[in-house]
Ligand binder design. Structure first.
Ligand code: IDP
Length: 154
């Protein structure tokens, strides 16, 4: 098996309200990724502002913080080979309107400000570890083996 990597994923409040948690989880499970942590929670403004800190100077920042704190989210950690980049590929582009059919945003969304899912950025090395630490304690990350791992990896 090659090197495994962990990535932080969150079904945003629009995805939760629209009943899309199961669909999103199924896609990652079917692909062969392994769920190592999950937490259904209401984000407060401090956590939202820290999570999206890189965007604090952007005009959409306040609206983004309002939105991400407007209802519960499903925060998760998924593990697998090249997981950060593979999950980003499965998500599609930031704007659902520019996302290919078959991707999560391309299948499940239409609007930039309601794009269903967050995933750590493969172009920002270390963002996966930072985001995982922000949302989860070490002991919440579960070490386990999928029974099909020998059939998923050479
Ligand atoms: P990403 O979620 O694909 O990584 P980022 O550029 O990191 O995209 O932006 C974070 C989030 O901020 C996006 O998912 C989207 O919800 C929101 N966002 C980004 N750009 C805009 C914008 O121009 N208008 C409104 N919301 C935006």
């Amino acid at each position: 098996m090659s090197e495994q990597e962990r990535t932080f994923v969150m079904v945003k409040p629009d995805g939760v309200q629209r009943g899309l948690i199961g669909d999103v989880i199924s896609r990652f499970e079917d692909r062969g990724l392994k769920l190592v942590a999950a937490k259904f929670k209401q984000i407060d403004r401090d956590l939202a502002e820290e999570h999206y800190g890189e965007h604090e100077d952007k005009p959409f920042f306040d609206g983004l913080v309002d939105f991400i704190t407007s209802g519960p989210v499903m925060a998760m950690v998924w593990e697998g080979q090249d997981a950060v980049r593979q999950v980003r590929g499965m998500m599609g582009e930031t704007d659902p309107a520019e996302s290919a059919p078959g991707t999560i945003r391309g299948d499940l969304g239409l609007d930039l400000g309601r794009n269903v899912i967050h995933g750590s950025d493969h172009e920002d090395p270390g963002s996966n570890e930072r985001e995982i630490e922000l949302f989860f304690d070490d002991e919440e990350l579960v070490d386990w083996e999928r029974v099909d791992e020998t059939w998923l990896y050479e």
